[in-house]
Design a protein around this ligand. Sequence first.
Ligand SMILES: Nc1ncnc2c1ncn2[C@@H]1O[C@H](COP(=O)(O)OP(=O)(O)OP(=O)(O)O)[C@@H](O)[C@H]1O
Ligand SMILES: Nc1ncnc2c1ncn2[C@@H]1O[C@H](COP(=O)(O)OP(=O)(O)OP(=O)(O)O)[C@@H](O)[C@H]1O
Ligand SMILES: [Mg+2]
Ligand SMILES: [Mg+2]
Lengths: 255, 255
Amino acid sequence: MRSIAVVNQKGGVGKTTTAFNLGACLGKMGYRVLLVDLDPQANLSVYSGISMGELKFSVCELISESATADEIVVPTRLENVDILPSHLNLSAAEFELNYKVGRERVLADGLKSIIGKYDFVFIDCPPYLGMLTINALTAVKEVFIPAQAEFFALVGMEKLIDTIEIVRKRLNKKLSLSMVIPTFYDKRVRLSEETVMLLKGRYGKYIPKTVIRRDIRLAESPAMGQAIVNWKPSSRGSEDYMDLAKEVIDWKVEP
Amino acid sequence: MRSIAVVNQKGGVGKTTTAFNLGACLGKMGYRVLLVDLDPQANLSVYSGISMGELKFSVCELISESATADEIVVPTRLENVDILPSHLNLSAAEFELNYKVGRERVLADGLKSIIGKYDFVFIDCPPYLGMLTINALTAVKEVFIPAQAEFFALVGMEKLIDTIEIVRKRLNKKLSLSMVIPTFYDKRVRLSEETVMLLKGRYGKYIPKTVIRRDIRLAESPAMGQAIVNWKPSSRGSEDYMDLAKEVIDWKVEP
Ligand SMILES: Nc1ncnc2c1ncn2[C@@H]1O[C@H](COP(=O)(O)OP(=O)(O)OP(=O)(O)O)[C@@H](O)[C@H]1O
Ligand SMILES: Nc1ncnc2c1ncn2[C@@H]1O[C@H](COP(=O)(O)OP(=O)(O)OP(=O)(O)O)[C@@H](O)[C@H]1O
Ligand SMILES: [Mg+2]
Ligand SMILES: [Mg+2]
């Protein structure tokens, strides 16, 4: 069972798009996937076809320890992919969480009863290093960092790497950085090429062969209510996430 | 003196790019501009040429009330534009802020001594509706919402509008939504056109004539260490922010 937190405190770099489309591709290949939407903005849940108004429970109840993961989990519109959906009340739940004893382990404990049923668990995190992201890092073994191939990509990376190290030391010895995935790559744009070079120079061993190219189909697919691999299987976005999913399956970081 | 919070809890929609380039254009026209970087990721400060290691004080000291705005303010590389820069410690300062009495007014109080010296004050906010953003909303009269012309743009808008209303009722009677600015507009992309139509349908009276088009020069200009209006004055990004700045000067929302 591979458990992966998709993290980057920079906004709009493709965390949700990566969690959703990797999940979709792996589900299509027959793997059992659990998505966990840990963002109060609930984009991943919306992407997955979840209707907030019809939810009995959400990941808020897991954080407030008032329902079990089995009671919360629901299927998504993707084959073999379930989700623990988010809800707009998650900001309030995060605020409360700050006061609990052992507050960083609440998610890890809450997930114990169901993660054994899945081959892959992806936790989509919000764009800040708060208590929800710390919970995600405490609950998983691997970290995937989508890094937009633009100027500010490198600015926050060091702080993120330090945070991973602090969580590893104090809360979760099994945690390690696994992949740094360049996103929004556009070969016509020199800045894009230069940023990927810089990322490879600094994080080479974490960077897969596949980079995710900029593809308007990826921006359009949430509006279509579909994963790109189902809606436009021969698009760049679909090819890239399928190729990335195959790399994820066999991925091992050199020590 | 126009005081403006640049807000959107969605990540990567152009908040920092808008605060910086509007500030640059207005400064170029001779207006005195103060930028306030309220994001722990400090992108606006980096954009403005501030070197974190050389700072004596930052906006953290304003939030923790251990220095005055006059002691913190520094010039930027733009003419007529000063900044209260951020610092990576701002997340810790935000956490402490949650426990202060009158915690939503700390920024408003701290700014009182210097905002009278400026024609425009722009506060750049992080991508979440936390205590820093609430402080920004409590300190200003106007809210500008950059809205990326893509699917998730509308998903968080209602919550943001509700938050503005709550702050207006309980903390700041002078606060009002002033502009919803479509960003990353790309006329070749139907999704872009459709999202702008939806935004106009719902927020018509807040939407300026000028929309900000997608322009790789805008993504490149932070790496160039310059505002686009100085580096590539005839680019789309430069034209759009100049046109938007002119609309900002005369802007009035119909009641
Ligand atoms: N490779 C791509 N090409 C084109 N558009 C993309 C690509 N990846 C993501 N997008 C679009 O860019 C926007 C931002 O992506 P996404 O929401 O996945 O980022 P995020 O890191 O989850 O953002 P946030 O920090 O707000 O959670 C979305 O509108 C998405 O559809
Ligand atoms: N109109 C545009 N065309 C092309 N690129 C743009 C445009 N506006 C902004 N960018 C680039 O898109 C990225 C996101 O923009 P920006 O950092 O301003 O968004 P933000 O809302 O401040 O993000 P965050 O939520 O992380 O604070 C940056 O790399 C920026 O240079
Ligand atoms: Mg997201
Ligand atoms: Mg920003």
